[in-house]
Write a protein that binds this ligand. Sequence first.
Ligand SMILES: [Zn+2]
Length: 109
Amino acid sequence: MTKKETFYLLNEDDVDPQRLKRERERARKLRKSQWWLNQVNLGVCYYCQKKFASSQLTLDHVVPLARGGKSQPGNVVPACKSCNREKSLDTPVDQLLKKLKNAGPTESE
Ligand SMILES: [Zn+2]
């Protein structure tokens, strides 16, 4: 038997170190672009929609690089520090699932 019985949640191509390195480099450049400056100057967190000083906003990948996301407008958004920390490696789908779970009637937190 040579068939592998492993079921990775992460796609092997997505976590390829070369790809991650390339995308991180791209994010670094994007952070210096006029496009990004315009985003943070608007001063609105993509997730909570609250207003922040541009220095309080961080560059966040909507779909994390490790989950196949790319460093490009459309997947890169300004996020406040608390949203960014909360989000971690979640994709928008994960976030939605969490919200649905938390909305259960037996919530005790
Ligand atoms: Zn926020």
